[in-house]
Design a protein around this ligand. Structure first.
Ligand SMILES: [Zn+2]
Length: 108
């Protein structure tokens, strides 16, 4: 998956379209990410053991096709490309300005 925790992304579709936030959780198996403060839903907490019930807002995971990575260097929404150097190290680069995205790709 090309989007990792720590990336800045922009929402492309839905009620938060155009808003930007930081990825706080990446779920490669589901192709989903959780973006801090975006795509919120209201969760009702039932009252229990003397605590009153309440409503909290939580982030809902977003399918990665609905978000675009923002390049930290050129500040544009970009397509991420992979660059593999001579030692076999894989890094993610911005296709527009060719700068390496700071969040490392985990080795397998
Ligand atoms: Zn760039």
């Amino acid at each position: 998956m090309k989007i990792l925790k720590g990336d800045k992304v922009k929402i492309l579709i839905g009620k938060d379209k155009g808003r930007e936030g930081e990825v706080v959780k990446a779920m490669p198996k589901k192709d989903q990410v959780v973006v801090k403060g975006l795509n919120l839903y209201k969760k009702h907490i039932k009252p229990s053991q003397g605590r009153p019930g309440s409503i909290i807002e939580k982030e809902r995971a977003i399918t990665i096709s609905k978000v675009a990575v923002i390049c930290p260097s050129c500040k544009k929404t970009i397509r991420v490309a992979y660059l593999i150097d001579k030692s076999g190290e894989k890094s993610r680069i911005c296709r527009k300005c060719k700068s390496v995205l700071n969040t490392p790709v985990s080795k397998k």
